[in-house]
Design a binder for this molecule. Structure first.
Ligand code: NAD
Ligand code: IPM
Ligand code: MN
Length: 372
């Protein structure tokens, strides 16, 4: 029996999570295990009622679990960033989920917006705790300003004492920080992932030609780490060129490893290459702690409650969750069931050119799982 905490969240979150649970339960039944869901209703409603995003109690409770299933957060009634930072990023940082694993795979039957795409099947491993996501910055007016900035992580604590002297009217700044430990562990994971999955090449994506302090450091750590994996090729792409190559030669990529912010951006591009945001899953992984699985898209508020969006990204994320719990065959079955449904092309949501509902797609995939 697995107890799995679920945070359906905002907007389309609850309706896509409902379908995810349906499919995971079908897989559990087939493979003789049980899932006990534990619903945690954090999100916009809870915040508007109480002013609380994710309290300490909830974090303590989640600590005892290997995997969380998450819908999406974000609501137009709440100032942008409050829920995203207060819930989603809070979970990623608090549980030190340093690997953001985002598969980019074009499933059978899916219309790819690229011409002659070939076989698209690669993985983006996005560093998930550092870079411009450390959340430190500020503004300063003309004259002298002092500011203390702090980063608290499981891996380290950092303090910056800034003395700013400026004759500009006002400035805004945001610091990006990466550490040796934080960089090496994600790059190490990328090489290990390549070795385990018979991939020949790891591509680092950065911007070392301009942001050379931070990403020059990243490259140096990647060069060092690569020495432990002589049988796996490695190379570097600048992020601007990488977006061009993704479109031009998507079949070329095998394993991509990249700092947090570029990883965020290139995985929305990756999602479009695989048919859209409704199809792109992600895992936020701490191999020794509490991980979290979610679609990479957001709460799409304009579509909320209409039973029309695509649940596949969430179902696929659920499959990754089961794999993380050790239920490898259940994961394979779910991916196969999703592929059967996309290949047949009869039960698809609007974003894939169909007119089926969220529920119909969830049920079709659950039925395929049972039939396999
Ligand atoms: P979004 O991903 O929510 O939606 C962008 C568009 O993508 C939608 O309008 C829709 O056309 C399409 N789309 C997304 N999910 C889909 C699905 N399952 N099926 C079909 N089409 C789908 O991005 P946004 O509009 O920029 O952000 C909305 C809110 O979500 C914001 O508050 C944002 O901060 C938040 N957000 C949350 C997460 C998360 O919780 N993981 C991720 C990204 C954005
Ligand atoms: C994602 C989202 C988040 C991110 C936001 C909502 C904080 O865009 O999961 O890709 O930037 O990581
Ligand atoms: Mn994103």
């Amino acid at each position: 029996m697995y107890e799995v905490p679920v945070i359906p969240g905002d907007g389309i979150g609850p309706e896509i999570i409902r379908e995810g649970k349906k499919v995971l339960e079908a897989a559990a039944q087939k493979h003789n295990f049980n899932i006990k869901w534990k619903e945690l209703l954090y999100g916009a409603e809870h915040y508007l009622e109480t002013g609380e995003t994710l309290p300490e109690d909830a974090l303590n409770e989640l600590e005892n679990h290997k995997a969380i299933y998450m819908g999406s957060v974000g609501d137009p009634r709440v100032e942008p960033g409050v829920l995203e930072k207060g819930i989603l990023l809070k979970l990623r940082f608090y549980f030190d989920q340093y690997i953001n694993l985002r598969p980019v795979k074009l499933l059978p039957g899916i219309d790819c917006p690229l011409k002659d795409p070939g076989e698209i099947d690669f993985i983006v491993l996005r560093e998930n705790t550092e870079d411009f996501y450390v959340g430190i910055g500020g503004t300063a007016k003309k004259g002298k300003t002092q500011k203390q900035l702090q980063i608290e992580r499981q891996l380290y604590n950092l303090k910056f004492d800034l003395d700013i002297e400026s004759d500009a009217q006002e400035i805004a700044y945001q610091l990006g920080v990466i550490s040796e430990e934080g960089t090496k562990r994600i790059i190490e994971y990328a090489f290990k992932y390549a070795r385990k999955n018979n991939r020949q090449r790891v591509t680092g994506v950065d911007k070392a030609n301009v942001l050379s302090d931070i990403y020059g450091f990243w490259r140096e750590k990647m060069e060092q780490t690569s020495k432990n994996y002589p049988n796996i090729e490695h190379e570097f792409n600048y992020v601007d060129a990488a977006t061009m190559w993704f479109v031009k030669n998507p079949e070329y990529y095998e394993v991509v490893v990249t700092p947090n912010m570029f990883g965020d951006i290139i995985t929305d591009l990756g999602a479009m290459m695989q048919g859209g945001l409704g199809l792109a899953p992600g895992g936020n992984i701490n191999p020794e702690g509490t991980s979290m699985f979610e679609p990479i898209h957001g709460s799409a508020p304009k579509h909320a409650g209409k039973n029309k969006v695509n649940p596949i990204a969430t179902i696929w994320a659920g499959a990754l969750l089961l794999e993380h719990l050790g239920e490898t065959q259940a994961k394979k079955d779910i991916i196969e069931a999703i592929s059967k449904v996309t290949k047949r092309g009869k039960t698809l949501t609007y974003d894939l050119g169909g007119n089926s509902t969220t529920k119909e797609v969830g049920s079709a995939i659950a039925n395929e799982v049972k039939k396999l």
